[in-house]
Unconditional design. Structure first.
Length: 112
């Protein structure tokens, strides 16, 4: 039963210290949503309501190639299907890292 106490303590700490800062994660997600809507290789972006951003790529840019290009720029993301990508903002993602992501997205090249 000790484990239950540890989990409860972690939950209480999160409620006391992290709930209010979720707004910052949601703000970053909305900034990313706006940027994605302006990129020519993005087919669609699901409406952002939380810290999660999901979008689809045009067929010319497979998710695997997109993720490889991001990886070369030290950015990690997750594909959730052949053309869909998911980003999640959390406590450890800074504004500087968001700017790095935006810059990396602007540098993505679509194969001819």
């Amino acid at each position: 039963m000790r484990q239950a106490g540890y989990l409860a303590a972690a939950g209480l700490f999160a409620l006391a210290h992290n709930v209010t800062r979720l707004q910052d994660d949601h703000r970053k997600a909305r900034v990313l949503e706006s940027e994605l809507r302006s990129l020519p290789y993005v087919a669609s972006v699901l409406p952002v309501e939380t810290n999660i951003v999901i979008f689809t790529l045009h067929e010319q840019l497979p998710a695997e190639l997109f993720l490889q290009q991001l990886q070369h720029q030290q950015v990690r993301a997750l594909s959730i299907s052949r053309q869909a990508i998911r980003f999640v903002f959390h406590l450890n993602v800074s504004d500087a890292q968001l700017e790095t992501l935006l810059s990396a997205l602007r540098g993505i090249r679509v194969p001819a």
